[in-house]
Structure formats: C-alpha cells, structure tokens
Write a protein that binds this ligand. Structure first.
Ligand SMILES: Cc1cc2nc3c(=O)[nH]c(=O)nc-3n(C[C@H](O)[C@H](O)[C@H](O)COP(=O)(O)O)c2cc1C
Length: 145
C-alpha cells in the first residue's frame, strides 16, 4: 500500500439493548463483519465500548475509510455519531488489527475512570487525539499480555 493514509476517529451513543447476552452477540457480529470488510479494504483500527458509548479509530486509504464511515453512520445500533478527527498519517497505529476490540474489563475500566469523568469512561469528553492515544496504549497492553 503506497498511497497516502488517513486516520478517522469518532464516538457514538451505544443503542444496543442493555441485556448482556444480546449485547455480546451484537458486538460479536459487528466485529466479525468489521474484520472481514476491513481486511478487504486495507483498514486497520480499534473499537472501544462501554454500555453508553462506542469510540473507534479507523486508519487506511481515505476513500476506504470514508466508505466504511458512511456505512457505520447508518447503523442503527448506535446514534449521535460524532466525527472527532480526520488526519493524514504516515504510519499505522494498529498495523496488526483489522479491528481490535477493547471491552470493559476491570483493568480498562480503571484506566478509563482516570481519563474520563469520575463516574467512568465518557468518550464525549475526550478529543479525537486523546481517544487515539488511549486506544493505542490499550492495544500495546493487549498485545503484550
Ligand atoms: C460501533 C460500530 C462499529 C463498526 N465498525 C465497522 C468497521 O470498522 N468496518 C465495517 O466494515 N463495518 C463496521 N460496522 C458495521 C457497519 O455499520 C455495517 O453494518 C457494515 O459495514 C455493512 O457491511 P456490508 O455492506 O458488507 O454488509 C460497525 C458498526 C458499528 C455499530
């Protein structure tokens, strides 16, 4: 891949019902679809969720991440999709992840509490740059584990 690359960061409100089993199956479905499409489209990135929100980083060729973001915005499993950043990049932050997934395990919850509000992780309080840095740090931890 020799063309220029971009990174897109957004956050959204999670609209999936709070029933745990339903939530898990929806997330599995989103990840399977994302990994299949993103591999095809030379997109890498990471997805973070809690019961209230999603935050996602997509990196790759501009036309491909724009097309993916168009589809993602129309997805009824979330709403209030807010674009936080779209920047030219020279290196991928998630080279090995067609779509890495960072759930809300205890260690992450603890980390988010420090980054977001006192009541827990709230990506709407973070900038695109902060979300990118957070996901990158968590990805490095996951890969080392
Ligand atoms: C939070 C969230 C993140 C998603 N991330 C991606 C993604 O990274 N790549 C992707 O292709 N679809 C992603 N989707 C799914 C898209 O909304 C859409 O269902 C899918 O791209 C449709 O693909 P298809 O046209 O091949 O069926 C995501 C959906 C949600 C709710």
């Amino acid at each position: 891949m020799t063309g220029s690359m971009y990174r897109l960061v957004y956050y959204s409100r999670n609209l999936i019902a709070s029933d745990e089993a339903l939530f898990a199956s929806n997330v599995e479905e989103i990840l399977a679809k994302s990994r299949f499409n993103n591999q095809r489209d030379e997109i890498t990135g990471a997805l973070l969720f809690n019961t209230g929100c999603f935050a996602q980083v997509l990196e790759g060729p501009l036309n491909k991440i724009e097309a993916a973001f168009e589809r993602i915005q129309q997805d009824e499993r979330h709403g209030d999709v807010s674009l936080l950043a779209l920047d030219r990049i020279y290196q991928r932050s998630f080279p090995n992840w067609a779509m890495g997934f960072i759930g809300n395990s205890a260690i992450h919850a603890k980390r988010f509490a420090g980054v977001g509000s006192s009541s827990g992780f709230d990506p709407s309080r973070l900038s695109g740059h902060e979300i990118h840095s957070l996901l990158k740090a968590l990805a490095i931890e996951e890969e080392a584990a």
